[in-house]
Design a binder for this molecule. Sequence first.
Ligand code: 1HE
Length: 260
Amino acid sequence: MSQADLVRYELDGGIAILTLNRPEKRNALSAPLVEALHDAITRAQAEARAAVICGEGEHFSAGLDLAEHAKRSPIEGVHHSRRWHEIFDRMEGGPIPFFAALQGAVVGGGLELAASVQVRVADETAFFALPEGTRGIFVGGGGSVRVARLMGVARMTDMMLTGRSISAERAEAWNLCQYVVPKGQARAHAVELARKAAGNAAMSNYAIINALPRIQDMARGDGLFVESFVSAMTAAAPEAEERLRAFVEKRAAKVARPDA
Ligand code: 1HE
């Protein structure tokens, strides 16, 4: 299998769908697969308005390729981890929103990858774990920052020390995913959500993806100050003017009530 085949790429009506395609190894994230993911992310960011990452087979991803990692020296391990950071950072802070569709194992580096996208949709077969402690290693794909922020340090410490797996339902309660859907429906639901996001003004999406996380890193007063500027800049885009006028002239949809 060539490197490009390790991540299947489709473009469907402006939505890029990136499928981790190594099901025989449970989509373990080998170096060639991560490079293929990088290329697919770059392509999606150039031509799509939103993207979905999913995994072929019964599992989203079994995380780091342990067979490959066993052969790395410490300095090779540092470079390897920094390369994951670079690629995941580029996706997290890029021009378009990414959605993840999760089923089966969302484990170790698979959870770190999922934590780098904006919205996670799990089906009820999904289970989440951080077995790094049992493997004698540590998170290296950004988990100590991203996963800890999503669910909190105490829960992450517990998962890493005990190697426990948690269900999709608990993962939603713990903020590791935002949606839980019936078995087999994660991808379709993630695509549907991506389509909604793709319909937003590009400038709004850019601000949501890039300003919101940065503001969380700022002191309160700095965050509020920056918010005012991002807000004014976003509203100054011609697309915003037209959208505001459309609502006033009753051409735009009203906000819907929540589903029952
Ligand atoms: C792998 C990997 C892998 C499977 N690296 N080859 N991740 C883990 O500790 C998870 C390890 N994997 C598992 O616990 C299980 O494979 C699963 C629960 C995910 C799936 O179980 P199952 O029964 O469906 O599959 P399997 O029979 O265990 O695996 C099928 C094949 O995939 C088998 O290879 P084969 O040649 O014997 O067929 C497995 O060896 C292979 N495989 N997972 C390499 N991870 C940047 S730091 C991040 C740190 C981490 O990610 S730590 C977490 C590592």
